[in-house]
Design a protein around this ligand. Structure first.
Ligand code: NDP
Ligand code: PYC
Length: 342
């Protein structure tokens, strides 16, 4: 039943089917259940454990609170030739992205650079699936979003103020996986700390502090009353502030402080907006597309030639393994997810 690492292995389609059934059982409409199942299946397939099937536990918890819509149809507002906004109408974000990204890609191909603002969404997902949707169409792309105020600013702060605020970037590469990075501007995603707590493992130093602001490796002390730290000291703090502003007030939406306040201690998925920007290399360059591609590839070669790896390389390798050997799911997680069908 389990492999040597204690995981159940299922074909990708079976993982998707399990996620879809859990979400339908929890009351979600077919379009939302399918869009969310796509994202959490991709996370599990690519060994992105903090944003794979584990998310179903939090999504269903959030649904039980009754504030999230499992059925709302996203509403598109075509604001300008370069700007589209999608009102998620208090539903989870994946369906809103799916609808909005078609408009975004079309606009970027027409005017060179375009922005998608997703508003009023519950946001739980990794950003790389969205970035890969755009790189697959030959576009470069960036995405960012706040979350709940769990992270204290660099330089003496003790009050959680920023979200874990991920930022992702992608660059299309002909006939190979795109260049993609996607990381929280906290030292690690909240989901990583939660997984350490579930497994009874200490977190690495530098991820968080306890309620008194003392460094700790106890995930529980960080989650309950403590706070998380930014990556890269003052640089992470500034990038996190930028994300709060660009994916918050700039697009008329909430900050992580607002989101946590709105949650009122319920422990649900953060509620706010997301900003996605797409760039057309064909329209922004000077016409030498082949030369531009070669210079980009030379840069990637120069990184890997000296032994460094590209971001997403581990994830893409996990994807290839999962497609060949089945998607590994830790046994306890598998049982918890299946129990959501009871
Ligand atoms: P990590 O710190 O694990 O880093 C993620 C990125 O860095 C990946 O692109 C990863 O590639 C790359 N990377 C890691 N190690 C190396 C290395 N040695 N050399 C080159 N590249 C490397 O992730 P986080 O904990 O910061 O974030 C995990 C996920 O959580 C993200 O997908 C993010 O979107 C999501 N998240 C979502 C939030 C939300 O509000 N929706 C909030 C915060 C996080 P690889 O995958 O191949 O290892
Ligand atoms: O892991 O920090 C996180 C996170 C927040 C919202 C979704 N994931």
């Amino acid at each position: 039943m389990t492999d040597e690492s204690g995981c159940v292995r299922l074909p990708v389609e079976a993982v998707h089917d399990l996620a879809f059934r859990v979400l339908r059982h929890a009351g979600m409409s077919e379009p939302h259940a399918r869009a969310i199942a796509d994202v959490v299946t991709a996370g599990q397939r690519d060994d992105c454990q903090s944003h794979g099937l584990y998310r179903l536990l939090i999504i269903t918890h959030t649904l039980r609170q009754g504030t999230v819509s499992g059925t709302a149809t996203p509403v598109v507002h075509d604001r300008t030739p370069a700007v589209v906004a999608v009102d998620a109408c208090s539903a989870f974000s994946p369906l809103a992205f799916e609808v909005g990204s078609r408009h975004l890609a079309e606009k970027a191909r027409t005017v060179g650079i375009a922005a998608l603002a997703i508003n009023n969404c519950y946001h739980f997902s990794a950003l790389w699936p969205e970035i890969e949707t755009l790189t697959a169409q030959g576009l470069a792309a960036m995405a960012m979003t706040p979350s709940h105020a769990w992270v204290t600013p660099f330089g003496g702060g003790t009050r959680p103020t920023f979200g874990t605020n991920p930022m992702a970037f992608g660059w299309p590469r002909p006939d190979r996986f795109p260049y993609v990075f996607d990381f929280a501007t906290s030292a690690a995603a909240r989901g990583e700390i939660e997984l350490h707590r579930r497994a009874g493992r200490p977190i690495p130093p530098g991820w968080g502090v306890d309620h008194a602001g003392h460094p700790t490796t106890d995930p529980d002390a960080v989650i309950n009353g403590g706070s998380m730290l930014t990556f890269g000291g003052h640089k992470g703090s500034a990038l996190s502030t930028m994300i709060e502003l660009l994916a918050g007030p700039l697009i008329g939406d909430l900050t992580s402080l607002d989101s946590l306040e709105r949650d009122g201690g319920a422990g649900g998925t953060p509620f706010h907006g997301e900003l996605v920007i797409a760039f057309s290399p064909a329209l922004l360059g000077l016409g030498d597309t082949q030369g531009d591609t070669q210079r980009a590839e030379r840069l990637f070669d120069a990184i890997v030639d000296q032994g460094a790896r590209l971001p997403s390389q581990r994830r893409f390798a996990a994807r290839e393994r999962s497609l060949k050997e089945g998607v590994p799911i830790p046994l306890d997680l598998y049982h918890e997810v299946k129990a959501l069908l009871d």
